[in-house]
Design a protein around this ligand. Structure first.
Ligand code: C2E
Ligand code: MG
Ligand code: MG
Length: 291
């Protein structure tokens, strides 16, 4: 069933023995993840988001990592889908929200008064009746204004969930929270629908950015997304910027912000604190990036 579902909900597939192995891996991951949720092995890391022109920090995206005691570092691509299938994403999501708010509170108290964090939310979290309350409670608990948070959701989540999604996103906006559409360009948004949502930011997917100047049609998609975002008066952030050439291209197009290895990978809270200290002492972010 999982093997079929990986390629869409409707379908069938004949059984073969490799599926047993896949299914065992899923079961082991699920069991281990369930145990891990209550330990420190789940880490929230932070990747800088930078103003394209000034190259100054504008915020961070919170990205989860699993530090497995035997298997080493596990990236979200290898466990978020299982967390979503099993519902564990709800507990995981609450943990990320609380942790990220606690860290931002500390960093704001340490001097970065306007620091903002972007957090990824899965469709299942958005579907929960308590979605808004949980966000409101987390902000209150850590004494943070709505403007310190950006909620990232993918375009498919938006398209699948109306009209309750529209209502929830409007409520978040009223609280001063910004809404970003993640991996923009990879889903199947209807642009006219998109206009109905209180979205403030489009995040151009990294697959298009990595193709800048390599693949003409992908470059044209970047041009089109930037033009569209400007027309709709949305902020733009390019994901996966790795080279000066990509930066130059995006700057000349007028894309406001960027995120990518050129300015640093996601780092744990402690290293992020060090980075913030060095920025406050006048260091340039790109000099702090460890490739
Ligand atoms: P995303 O939200 O689109 O995050 C951006 C991904 O691109 C991150 O991968 C980041 O490490 C990677 N990235 C950033 N800059 C570069 C670059 O210059 N080059 C390359 N090659 N990659 C870059 P990561 O951390 O593995 O996360 C993958 C996905 O897992 C995220 O994609 C997001 O959809 C999901 N995810 C991560 N943390 C959470 C979470 O707390 N909750 C939920 N629901 N999903 C999460
Ligand atoms: Mg994201
Ligand atoms: Mg993305």
């Amino acid at each position: 069933m999982y093997s079929v579902e990986d390629h869409g909900k409707n379908g069938y597939k004949c059984y073969d023995t490799t599926m047993n192995e896949e299914s065992n891996v899923r079961l082991t991951t699920e069991r281990e993840l369930r145990k891990t949720l209550t330990t420190d092995d789940i880490k929230v890391c932070y990747q800088p988001q930078v103003d394209t022109i000034t190259e100054k920090l504008v915020g961070f995206e919170a990205l989860i990592r699993w530090e497995h005691p035997e298997k080493g570092l596990i990236y979200p691509g290898d466990f978020i889908p299982i967390a979503e299938e099993t519902g564990l994403i709800l507990e995981l999501g609450r943990y990320v929200l609380d942790q990220a708010c606690a860290d931002v509170r500390r960093w704001r108290d340490g001097g970065m008064k306007h620091l903002r964090v972007s957090i990824n939310f899965s469709g299942m979290q958005l579907d929960q009746d308590c979605f808004i309350d949980e966000i409101r409670d987390a902000l209150q608990k850590h004494k943070l204004p709505g403007s310190s948070l950006e909620v990232e959701i993918t375009e498919n989540v938006i398209m699948n969930g109306m009209p309750s999604v529209v209502r929830k996103l409007r409520e978040l906006t009223k609280m001063g929270i910004k809404i970003a559409i993640d991996d923009f360009g990879t889903g199947y948004s209807s642009l006219s629908y998109l206009q109905q949502f209180p979205i403030s930011t489009l995040k151009i997917d990294k697959s298009f950015i990595s193709s800048i100047d390599v693949n003409e049609s992908a470059t044209s998609i970047v041009d089109a997304i930037v033009a569209m975002a400007k027309g709709l008066k949305l902020n733009l952030i390019a994901e996966g910027v790795e080279t000066d050439l990509q930066l130059k291209y995006l700057k000349q197009l007028g894309c406001e912000s960027i995120q990518g290895y050129l300015f640093g990978k996601a780092e744990g809270a402690e290293r992020t604190r060090e980075i913030l200290d060095r920025i406050e002492n006048g260091d340039a972010i790109r000099d702090l990036a460890i490739a």
